[in-house]
Design a protein around this ligand. Sequence first.
Ligand code: SF4
Ligand code: F3S
Length: 103
Amino acid sequence: GIDPNFDRNREVVDEENGVEVWGPTEPPEQLGIHGTHVAVDYDICIADGACLDSCPVDVFTWVETPGHPQSDRKVEPSHEAQCIDCMLCVDICPVDAIDVDGS
Ligand code: SF4
Ligand code: F3S
């Protein structure tokens, strides 16, 4: 699953649509972790979609990631500032790709 200490173990290398990207990245195969308060490890996400469907405040949007070995789209935490820390997305993701720093 996603490293819950990613903000200590990685560095911000980019920003996409206002969302921080934590490296290392080597597109299209390695895309890093996207978001900070709501963080999605794009290299683990398999595009299940349960997080997007369950989020009560619509934090997530789909982005296309052609050429990534796990899936050709990912959920971007585009509206992470709206997150109410309900933890539904963290609990429902089948591959544990999401970390929410709600504490
Ligand atoms: Fe949405 Fe809840 Fe996940 Fe925050 S913790 S992104 S509000 S599902
Ligand atoms: Fe990806 Fe998990 Fe959501 S696989 S689409 S982060 S439920």
